[in-house]
Design a binder for this molecule. Structure first.
Ligand SMILES: [Ca+2]
Ligand SMILES: [Ca+2]
Length: 242
C-alpha cells in the first residue's frame, strides 16, 4: 500500500512538473465599450484571455489558451504567441513579426504563432514563423505539413484553444527557457485586444497599437513519462536495497 501511494505521488509530481499556468484577469480587454462610451460594449468574451497553460512532452510544447467565451459560438478570433528562444536578437517589426497586427512587443522575438478559431469553432489553425537573424520565414502551418505546428479545437466549447509547436523547430531542449506572451486580436491591423502579459488595457482604441508587458517564461522539462520512469526506477532500486 505504501508503495502504491508512492507511485501515485510520483505520477502526480510528474504531471505537476510539466504544467505551468499563467493567469490573466478578465474584463480588461478592448471590447469597444470600456474606454469609449460612443462604442457599444460588445463583450467580445472570445477575445478575453483567462489563462494560458503551458506543458511539454518530448516533442512538443503545448499552449492551452483559455478564453472566457465559447469559441465554438463565435466565428472570428485570432490568438498570437510571441516567443523569444534566445536564438538571435530577434525582431520587433509589425509585419510580419506581430502577424501584421498593430503590436509592439517591447523587445525582439525569434518566433511567433499566428492562430485562428474563426470558422464557427470547427477548426483550429495556425502558422509558425521564425526569424533567422535577418528575415522572417514560414516554418510550417496547419495547412502545410501540419507537423511543426498543430491546433486542436477539441475543447473550443469550453473556451480552450490548443496550439502545439515542435520543440525541434524552436531549437529548444530540456532545461531551455522560452520567454513568451500571448495576445488575442481580430483581423487586419487590429491591436492586441488582450495581452497575457498585462492585467490592464493594452490599447485604448482599436485604431491604436497595443504594447506588451513583461514576457513570461517557461522552462522545458523532461517528458512526464521519463520523469515517472526515473521515479519508478528509484523505487525499484530502493526496494532492492531493502
Ligand atoms: Ca483577460
Ligand atoms: Ca490581459
Amino acid at each position: 500500500m505504501k508503495n502504491l501511494m508512492t507511485v501515485a505521488a510520483v505520477a502526480a509530481l510528474a504531471g505537476a512538473a510539466s504544467a505551468e499556468v499563467y493567469s490573466d484577469n478578465t474584463g480588461s480587454h478592448l471590447d469597444g465599450g470600456d474606454l469609449h462610451s460612443f462604442y457599444a460594449d460588445q463583450g467580445f468574451d472570445h477575445l478575453d484571455i483567462a489563462q494560458v497553460e503551458v506543458t511539454n512532452d518530448a516533442s512538443f510544447i503545448y499552449f492551452d489558451i483559455s478564453i472566457v467565451g465559447d469559441i465554438d459560438a463565435t466565428n472570428w478570433g485570432k490568438y498570437i504567441i510571441g516567443m523569444d528562444t534566445g536564438a538571435n536578437a530577434g525582431d520587433n517589426s509589425t509585419d510580419p513579426g506581430s502577424w501584421n497586427r498593430n503590436v509592439d512587443w517591447g523587445r525582439g522575438i525569434t518566433d511567433f504563432v499566428g492562430s485562428w478559431a474563426d470558422d464557427g469553432g470547427s477548426g483550429a489553425g495556425g502558422e509558425l514563423r521564425s526569424f533567422d537573424g535577418t528575415n522572417w520565414n514560414l516554418t510550417d502551418a496547419t495547412y502545410l505539413s501540419n507537423t511543426d505546428i498543430m491546433g486542436s479545437d477539441a475543447n473550443h466549447a469550453s473556451g480552450i484553444h490548443r496550439i502545439a509547436v515542435s520543440l525541434s523547430a524552436l531549437g529548444l531542449g530540456v532545461g531551455d527557457v522560452l520567454e513568451f506572451d500571448v495576445f488575442s486580436s481580430g483581423g487586419g491591423a487590429d491591436p492586441g485586444v488582450d495581452h497575457l502579459s498585462r492585467s490592464d488595457f493594452s490599447s485604448d482604441d482599436w485604431a491604436n497599437g497595443s504594447v506588451a508587458g513583461a514576457f513570461l517564461s517557461y522552462t522545458i522539462v523532461p517528458a512526464p513519462s521519463a520523469v515517472a520512469l526515473v521515479g519508478l526506477g528509484g523505487l525499484v532500486a530502493g526496494r532492492r536495497r531493502r
